[in-house]
Design a protein around this ligand. Structure first.
Ligand SMILES: NC(=O)c1ccc[n+]([C@@H]2O[C@H](COP(=O)([O-])OP(=O)(O)OC[C@H]3O[C@@H](n4cnc5c(N)ncnc54)[C@H](O)[C@@H]3O)[C@@H](O)[C@H]2O)c1
Length: 262
């Protein structure tokens, strides 16, 4: 399908920008949304697409975003809830780290689904895609806030699929390990031990992919109507092993943590 009306959040750079570019490449129109006005406006101008600067973690921000999409595109066929943050390390993660992580990594998805899913039906179908993480299926060493908020994002997406998947809403969850983006680069200069552990574990777990590869795998999963989009195939294997023998998987995670000095 081409010519769809799409919204991608967190589209000023990294995976979100790559998803927007991949959609545009196949003939879709995309409203690029991000908190960072300068970068999202530059990306929108460069790609010849509309852009929106705002905070998708707040209900008002999502309401404004959907209103802008209606204005610019005349509706939304594909929503990609991709904006995310990676903050809060170890048990030092404080109340602010927890609430912001849950707002951006989970509640932004819930708020967007509340605004959009009731509009979609078998006659007028929509796609709701989320960028979760491998951390949402497994865990993220060093960061409880990221582990829990990404797990919750997968949980919400599963609930949406179970409830609306046969009523015209296609749900896909992108769950990569490392992808070369500004988020990943920020970890290279981390000094706090749990933050260093978090980033070292992503680097050691598997290949760091280009954002365009994560975008390609997401679009392929959407086309095929698959729930899970796994740019790193090993994540599916580990997820299966975890379900089969969780204690064994946890022992492996402990050994992995120790091997990284955590
Ligand atoms: N890079 C990785 O290794 C990796 C791995 C797995 C999952 N992810 C997930 O991929 C998604 C994209 O991350 P990325 O790696 O491209 O990082 P990134 O930091 O380059 O992009 C995230 C974008 O989200 C925007 N954003 C943050 N909070 C926002 C808010 N409240 N409202 C609107 N925009 C907001 C940021 O300004 C930024 O442009 C995130 O959800 C991240 O958790 C990344």
């Amino acid at each position: 399908m081409t010519g769809r009306r799409c919204v991608v959040t967190g589209a000023a750079g990294g995976i979100g920008l790559a998803i927007a570019e991949a959609l545009i490449e196949r003939g879709d129109r995309v409203l690029l949304a991000d908190l960072d006005e300068q970068r999202v406006s530059e990306a929108g101008e460069r790609l010849g697409q509309p852009w929106f600067a705002g905070d998708v973690a707040s209900e008002a921000g999502v309401t404004d975003l959907v209103a802008r999409a209606d204005e610019e595109l005349g509706g939304v066929d594909v929503f990609v809830a991709n904006a995310g943050i990676f903050r809060g390390f170890g048990l030092d993660a404080d109340e602010f780290d927890w609430s912001l992580s849950l707002d951006v990594n989970l509640m932004a998805h819930v708020r967007a689904a509340r605004a959009l899913v009731p509009r979609w039906s078998v006659e007028n179908p929509g796609v709701f895609a989320v960028t979760a993480s491998a951390a949402g299926l497994l865990t993220q060493l060093g960061s409880p806030t990221y582990s829990v908020s990404k797990r919750a994002a997968v949980g919400f997406a599963e609930w949406l699929a179970a409830t609306y998947g046969d009523r015209g809403v296609r749900v896909t969850a992108l769950c990569p390990m490392g992808v070369a983006t500004p988020m990943a680069e920020a970890g290279e200069t981390a000094t706090e031990p749990d933050a260093r552990l978090a980033h070292a574990s992503v680097a050691a777990a598997g290949e760091t992919l280009a954002p365009s590869e994560a975008a390609r795998v997401l679009l392929e999963a959407i086309d095929e109507g698959r729930f899970l989009a796994l740019p790193h195939e090993s994540v599916g294997t580990m997820y299966g092993r975890k379900a089969q023998d969780t204690d064994h998987w946890l022992s492996g995670m402990q050994r992995f943590r120790t091997s990284l000095g955590g």
